[in-house]
Ligand binder design. Sequence first.
Ligand SMILES: [Zn+2]
Length: 384
Amino acid sequence: MSETTSHPAIDLLKTLVERPSVTPEDAGCQDLMIERLSALGFECETMQFGDVTNLWARYGNDGPVMCFAGHTDVVPAGHLDRWETDPFKPTEIGDELYGRGTADMKSGLAAMIVAIERFLENRPAIDGSIALLITSDEEGPARDGTLKVVETLKARGEHIDWCVIGEPSSSERFGDVVRIGRRGSLSGMLTVHGVQGHVAYPQLADNPIRRFAPVLDELHKIKWDDGNEHFPPTSFQVVQLNAGIGAPNVTPPELTARFNFRYSTEWTHEQLKTRVAEIFDHHDIDYTLNWHLSGEPFLTMPGALTDAVCESLDEIAGITPELSTGGGTSDGRFISPMGADVVELGPINASIHKVNEHVRLADVETLTSVYQRIMEKLLLRHPA
Ligand SMILES: [Zn+2]
């Protein structure tokens, strides 16, 4: 029998990985968390929206509220024959644990639970409340998850002051990157309307490719902004472009395109839409443009939360993190507009969403200690 590592967070992580919670399934992960949190005196509330299971749990009635957030759902395993292990049978190889969700983000969940258990073990006097906001719809459409829970909380007048999301933020080494914000993401779905015709008689047709080409050129040439202290410059990318009916002698009736802005806090989505409409309106073009906003950019300014996170990482892991706004979107985009400061701190993300996803066992232990220290810094009552 191979040796296995024992640590309460690693034990819990293994139990979570065994539950095949492929999005939007929760597969009983939240029940497991509820059991542990209820034993500590948390009020646990399951919020079911459609086929998505969410959990809002709270300990204490006063502010400030420090909330851990995350998701129990995982992406599908992918090609099973390319896995070295069964993705839903957590397996230790060397100093790592393999399995779907080990890094994204069941380590974060396990570390939160055990950190809270340890923090509350001796019933310390605390100023404020501890909360958890957990969804099973982060890897999916993200419509019935954190967004809906936040709407429910806002309608009740509940507030979050500080939020730590357990997403895998680290790059090369545990704790080297903490996310303090994310760029906004705005997608455009464009149709340019033309008139199909014989290629030899262009005067009788209206070629949408010819109409769109100068607009696209202008969109590509614009320098949207220079970015700012916290964000890289806004980027415009075309991800899809289609036209043509397949015959070499026919000009197409329409052109469709999809594009995406990853944008900094120099813009709001309304301003970007207005600017794009202005550009189209300078050209002679008949078009329909629909937009999808995935999330406005958000940024957590330096303050009590970032200080607590950086000091804890320094004291426990001996590392000073880079505070970054890189990467894709996360559920922080829904929590930040509540007026909460939001950071993301979790294990190394190199293997997430891939086959053979894994986490370093030692990092799970360190993450647990860091989460505990953050709570001590933010919530422990200091004698006056
Ligand atoms: Zn994730």
